[in-house]
Design a protein around this ligand. Structure first.
Ligand code: MLT
Length: 267
């Protein structure tokens, strides 16, 4: 794996990459960074070059002013221009999935396939929006640690919470590393993101939907609804995993990702 930090038209962007071949770009959730995908980049897929960027303001990437999910999607397109990636397989976990939908709406011709992990199509309701605002206040007043404390229980499934303290500790440390301005910006992105339900029927590229069966934040029924609405999509539920299914059961997640990416590039 190689670590990169490059200067682009939208500021510094940090990303990890591994392998050679057709590009597969993996987008992390909230409030994570690119290290979320370490178990996936540790197992390269033949014929595939995997990329995991830090989203704006997270990890080593510069923030983006006036953050919206649309601006993040265009930020990603600028990164792809810079890297000469014409068309990619695009995957995202949770918030990364919301960004996949926005990217699809704005840059569909650049998407060869989608991987939607532990995510959902709907927007926040009024109660959800109010919670985002309250969490912004919490971040500003008490820092990333307080946000991590609030979120860690829901980030993983019951099996992981009870039996995999190492995974819980990895995620907790990742969330505590997030900078407060990045947390605040991302919460605005999450709160203001549009409903993507109507987008689902427009998706006409191969799509893999993955969800931990114990995911309480974006429950499996959300994935089932996306599967019903995206023509020809494949749905895989991972037992004994929760919201961070790629970290909680990397062996299963990697097998699914690898077989999907291999089939996509062969097609
Ligand atoms: C995430 O994991 O990205 C967040 O939990 C998404 C959300 O809160 O909607």
């Amino acid at each position: 794996m190689t670590r990169h930090r490059i200067r682009t038209a939208v500021g510094h962007v940090a990303f990890d990459s591994v392998g050679t071949g057709e590009p597969l770009v993996l987008l992390h959730g909230f409030p994570h960074d690119r290290s979320l995908w370490a178990p996936q980049l540790a197992q390269p897929v033949p014929g595939v070059r995997m990329f995991a960027p830090d989203l704006p303001g997270f990890g080593e990437s510069s923030p983006l002013a006036e953050a919206t999910v649309e601006r993040w999607a265009d930020w990603l397109a600028t990164l792809f221009d810079h890297l000469a990636l014409e068309r990619v397989m695009l995957g995202g976990l949770s918030m990364g999935g919301y960004l996949c939908f926005a990217f699809w709406r704005r840059h569909a011709r650049r998407v060869r396939a989608l991987v939607l992990a532990d995510t959902r199509a709907g927007a926040d309701d009024q109660e959800g929006k109010a919670k985002r605002t309250a969490m912004q206040d919490l971040a500003r007043e008490q820092g990333a640690g307080a946000v991590a404390e609030r979120m860690i229980a829901g980030m993983v499934g019951k099996s992981t919470r009870e039996g995999r303290p190492d995974v819980v500790a990895t995620l907790d440390a990742m969330m505590r590393r997030a900078r407060v301005p990045a947390i605040v910006d991302a919460l605005a992105v999450l709160r203001e993101r549009p409903d993507s339900t109507m987008t689902l029927a427009t998706i006409d590229v191969p799509t893999l939907i993955v969800c931990g069966e114990e995911d309480a934040l974006t429950p499996a029924r959300e994935s089932e609804a996306m599967h019903a609405a995206i023509r020809g999509s494949r749905l895989e539920l991972i037992p004994r995993a929760g919201h961070a299914s790629n970290l909680e059961d990397p062996a299963t997640f990697n097998r699914l990702l690898s077989s999907f990416a291999s089939a996509t590039i062969r097609a």
